[in-house]
Design a binder for this molecule. Structure first.
Ligand code: SF4
Length: 212
């Protein structure tokens, strides 16, 4: 995941970057953050990518994230993308050596300027493939992005095909009752619901995995 901790690789020369790779990346990234402190972290989370830092499968999230602790920021972003911080070793190593602390509660995040933008950028072929599991009606881009990340994580684990239930998402389902899994507070009327406005991909994943 390319976010606050890994971003500091931009402060070292190419030769050193190659050495980081030979050392397995995780430990050097954590220790680089012990040596070079970040005072303020600003994450451009408007449009990230599903699986590659240089793009190809853009996922719109419409967020700018600000924080002072790179471990907290990275653990929060990991959850937004459907990962547990334990799955990304350098986050835990950085926490163990005192760079910062992983997110412990949702109360640590202040959400400002609620965004109900339902306009979306065109889907890549990969995103289109994931979207076939979804029935969408006016979903906010951040909500839809969380769902796409959750489906991508299931796909990475090779278990997406086991998902037989349709997923419903969007403001157009407000007040509507139905069978299936609803994603986000707008779909509270469905037999199962992932709460949140928007929910994180990790929250969505937890519910989906129970339905495989
Ligand atoms: S739950 Fe919130 S974020 Fe999701 S579609 Fe409804 S209003 Fe938008």
């Amino acid at each position: 995941m390319t976010c606050a901790l890994k971003n500091l690789k931009g402060c070292i020369p190419n030769k050193e970057k190659r050495r980081f790779h030979t050392m397995g990346l995780h430990k050097p990234i954590a220790y680089l953050n012990k040596a070079v402190k970040s005072d303020l972290i600003i994450v451009d989370g408007l449009v990230g990518d599903l699986n590659f830092e240089e793009g190809g499968n853009p996922v719109q999230m419409d967020r700018i994230i600000l924080g002072f602790d790179p471990v907290l920021v990275d653990s929060y972003v990991a959850n937004l993308m459907g990962y547990d911080e334990k799955e990304i070793p350098y986050i835990k190593i950085a926490e163990q050596i005192g760079v910062g602390n992983c997110i412990a509660s949702k109360e640590q995040v202040n959400e400002l300027n609620e965004n109900n933008n339902t306009q979306k950028i065109p889907y890549s072929r990969e995103i289109e493939k994931l979207s076939k599991y979804v029935k969408e009606k006016d979903a906010c881009s951040a909500c839809y992005g969380s769902l796409i990340h959750a489906l991508a994580r299931l796909d990475e684990k090779g278990i997406l095909r086991r998902l037989k239930t349709k997923l419903f998402i969007g403001q157009g389902y407000k007040g509507i009752k139905g069978e299936g899994i609803g994603v986000g507070n707008c779909t509270r009327g469905f037999t199962q619901n992932v709460q949140g406005c928007p929910p994180t991909a990790k929250d969505i994943l937890e519910v989906l995995e129970k339905n495989l």
